[in-house]
Design a protein around this ligand. Structure first.
Ligand code: AMP
Ligand code: GLY
Length: 428
């Protein structure tokens, strides 16, 4: 079978790497893909944008695609699963209606409230003065979220009222996020440690994968500005085995049941971003696609072939899937361009990729690279996800950083403390 994979980041490289291991798969067409995906023996990059549905439909027809997997949220929110799935073509990813769980914070919060899903208390506003009045009434710390998709920049965790009011004005008056900030959600501040649970869903049921944790701030010790994610590890010891039944029954099952009742069945990945509080796990956000960089540490731990699982999600037969994982751990360190998440140079030559991957348990996923001739150069903020598997978290951290040492580009920036929270917990 040929597979079409939509997207071009580190998450999609990890997906392509995993899909490529399936004996069912002949060729993976990546739209538009990246140089890391092009290096896979089964990988072919095609110069088609993630929302160019006409060109994607042509590709599905001409390349005899048997399964389409959508990586990012943007095309899903724009209806990729609906449009590309016309005529019964299997597309892994939720419909636009179901993707509102990520595309609209108001929709997600209302849905959670209606279904009794544990989450921060909230109120939604479409007038700045009402939102500001709410902040003044509740006081800080408090969280301000632009309603729509704002490329991960629409959330302000405000430790004082002024910061919250500035965030409201930026979203609603200055329209920094365009229409995405036309309404805002004001949320209770949750205290705890974050973790991510990704789950497969087929419209009827959800099966969680192994847990993971992202590192969003740019610098060591969780200092500095928020980023798209500077590293990840799996498993996340903050999620104990005892918590999983509660996560299943209170956080995953209600999504599947609620969406089915509402006539918008949920098929694809449910990404539950959790805060593990003293009152148990609460949902910080739902996303409707694989996490980035969580995918890069979860998929290397997956033992089962992922392609039958994707197809089962499309068909509604997930109950027939057994999904197994490797014991041990996986750690991924993001090597970013110096300056990221603010401005940074592009086009810097990258060396040491092959040396780093001589270890079979090291995978270097490309996130922001491009080819100049046959040279791989930097092409984005987050450049590489240097990923290692090992028997436990300490060994995986050591192996990942050994590989990082072998890779060079000018002014590379990475955190040196990926996985430290797990170590602290494991050491008790
Ligand atoms: P989101 O885009 O909703 O994931 O928010 C981005 C980040 O803001 C999250 O990963 C959390 O670190 C933080 N955050 C969001 N909502 C809350 C909340 N209610 N309480 C505390 N932190 C939050
Ligand atoms: N790791 C955060 C996200 O994928 O949204």
């Amino acid at each position: 079978m040929n597979v079409l994979l939509i997207g071009s980041g580190g998450r999609e490289h990890a997906l392509a790497w995993k899909i490529a291991q399936s004996p069912l798969v002949e060729t993976i067409y990546c739209a538009p893909g990246n140089p890391g995906m092009a290096r896979l023996a089964k990988g072919v990059c095609v110069d088609v944008g993630v929302k160019d549905f006409d060109a994607l439909k042509t590709l599905i027809r001409e390349k005899n695609i048997g399964l389409t997997v959508v990586g990012p949220e943007d095309p899903l929110a724009a209806g990729a699963a609906d449009v590309l799935g016309e005529g019964g073509h299997p597309v892994f990813g939720p419909s636009a209606a179901a993707a509102r769980l990520e595309a609209s914070k108001t929709f997600a919060k209302d849905f959670m409230a209606r279904h009794g899903i544990p989450t921060a208390a909230h109120a939604a506003f479409d007038r700045a003065e009402d939102a500001i009045a709410c902040v003044k009434e509740k006081g800080a710390p408090i969280v301000v979220k632009a309603d729509g998709l704002a490329a991960g920049k629409g959330v302000t965790v405000a430790h004082d009222e002024d910061t919250a009011i500035t965030a409201i004005n930026e979203a609603m008056v200055d329209k920094t996020f365009g229409d995405a900030g036309a309404s805002v959600v004001i949320e209770e501040f949750l205290v705890g440690e974050e973790a991510s649970i990704l789950a497969f869903a087929d419209g009827n049921m959800a099966i969680p994968m192994v847990s993971s944790q992202d590192h969003k701030p740019a610098f060591d010790g969780d200092a500095g500005p928020n980023t798209g994610g500077m590293g990840a590890y799996s498993p996340a010891p903050v999620v104990t085995p005892e918590m999983m039944p509660e996560i299943q029954s209170r956080i995953l099952d209600p999504i599947v049941q609620g969406m089915k009742q509402d006539g918008t069945p949920y098929r694809g990945i449910i990404y539950a971003g959790l805060m593990i509080t003293t009152d148990g796990p609460k949902v910080v956000e739902y996303n409707v696609r694989f996490g980035d960089p969580e995918t890069q540490v979860v998929l290397p731990r997956m033992k089962s072939d992922i392609v039958p699982v994707f197809l089962a999600c499309c068909k509604g037969t997930l109950d027939q899937c057994e999904i197994a994982y490797h014991d041990g751990a996986c750690v991924s360190v993001v090597m970013a361009s110096g300056g990221y998440p603010a401005s940074y140079p592009k086009g810097l030559p990258i060396t040491g990729l092959d040396e780093a991957e001589t270890d079979a348990d090291v995978m270097v996923f490309h996130a922001g690279t491009r080819l100049e001739g046959d040279r791989v150069v930097t092409g984005g903020g987050r450049v590489l996800n240097v990923t290692a598997r090992a028997e436990d978290i300490p060994a995986a951290i050591a192996r990942a950083y050994d590989a990082v040492e072998k890779i060079h580009f000018d002014n590379a920036h990475y955190r040196t403390d990926i996985g430290r929270k797990a170590l602290a917990r494991l050491e008790g």
